[in-house]
Design a protein around this ligand. Sequence first.
Ligand code: ADP
Length: 542
Amino acid sequence: MKGTMMQYPLTLPHLLERAGRYFGSVEIVTRMPDKSLHRYTYADFTRRARSLAQALRRAGLKKGDRVGTLMWNHYAHLEAYFGIPVSGGVLHTVNLRLHPNEIAYVINHGGDRFLIVDDVLLPLLEKVTDRIRVERVIVVPLTGQPVPSGYEDYEQFIREPADDFTYPKLDENDALGMCYTSGTTGRPKGVVYSHRAVVLHSFASAMADTLGVSGRDAVLPVVPMFHANAWGLPFTMTMVGAKQVYPGPHLDPVSLLDLMQEEQVTFSAGVPTIWFGIYRELEKRPGHWRLHPKLRTVVGGAAAPEALLRGMDRHGIQVVHAWGMTETTPLGTVSVLKPHLANLTEDEQYAYRTKQGIPVPFVDVRVVNEQGEVPPDGVTMGELQVRGPWIAGAYHDKPNIRDSFTEDGWFRTGDVATIDEEGYVKITDRTKDLIKSGGEWISSVDLENAIMAHPAVEEAAVIGIAHPKWQERPLAVVVKKEGATLTLEELHAFLTPKFAKWWLPDDVVFVAEIPRTSAGKFLKSQLREQFREHFMTKGVNT
Ligand code: ADP
């Protein structure tokens, strides 16, 4: 027997129209390049997004055509987030932190017909102009300066009102957007999001026991809109009618804190690096900022160390730890304490909160090693595999990438994880970062997190380096706090209570900074290259 419900597509036009109709007076605020604040409302946003959709159709856009965006986080990018998909186009967010060669690659491989670019990013675009095949470049005059000749002005492009715009018929499985992985391994790979995936993801991420975003929030996504859809937040916020606050190009801790204070932000999102920066600023000037008393933030993209969670708690900012990938739209697991775990000791609660959490509804997870699916014992490691309605089942135009998907329909994340009896997933490493010492695995992430709790340490990465006897041994690469000192012996003494002896790093080297990927994660491949010979030349005799 079939249900008797209507077939109603899960597509973006509904969300856009709903937002304009019911949340018309809610504000959307952007920090502009000159640091002034741009303010308008959902009513303005809806109107302009519709105008963009109409203008794209008039410019000849056909269903499925890709429109690239090379933009920071701001109101016009939000217009593109909706205006492009509701016109039947595909929003291709291009990561502006990629190397120009890769920017050219993803624009060409994605097949972008049109490109919308911030005027402040034209110098970057011009590095690749002669290598890309786009028909029209539309420039957003964020600085208020006239758009240089040879380009179209976005404001002119969308100037026609489109209140009676008729949306093209969209199927919920039609492509809505695409995003390339940052390509820490090989060429970037394109993930194509459907309307259905994004709509369901928005429901799941708004839930009280996941990110808990509601109409009562003022949300500041620090995570870039060119990276995994700013973790889906522009869609989720628009679904629930939250006030939206965008940082523009100003991502330094002081600008972010000022913005959080001025707009009384209640919810934010970003990678650990951003929050470490904010934490340091709060430590330097206690009581300086008057942040919203209920400010909370989701941290993901890399492991949130316990030291960060504790530090932020001291400043009254609650950190929710989450795991996801470009391929998972991106929300996969969220670490919210189950009610009965609130009886545990403080230390035990932190141990849960530093895990990546339990899967959100409709995401299935399993951890698999050579012996098969691992038991939920919180110890046995294997590869994390996931499936669900917003998990990629293939890459764009890459029929030969089979390694990423299992024959029985799971996506292989390339992350190494454990699962405990409560179902909490803990990422112990990426497959390629795992340290293999004498046939045993050592988690670089566990070591890093512990080292970062040392008072002399600003930040730390741990990498596996070839070793004459043990195949690989851990090397700690540390940035010391200003004026602090640290020796290998002191580090060992600090780590010994927490780890087996054979896990302790064989050496520590000090650097001025740790290289990072375009998404702000440690670029361990570069460190491994830099210290490749470390144990060979040092003759360590562990
Ligand atoms: P890239 O592969 O380009 O870095 P993503 O930004 O999609 O692409 O990153 C996904 C990866 O980031 C995951 O596979 C995982 O290794 C890491 N990651 C994401 N969230 C977390 C987290 N909370 N803890 C640890 N690692 C995380």
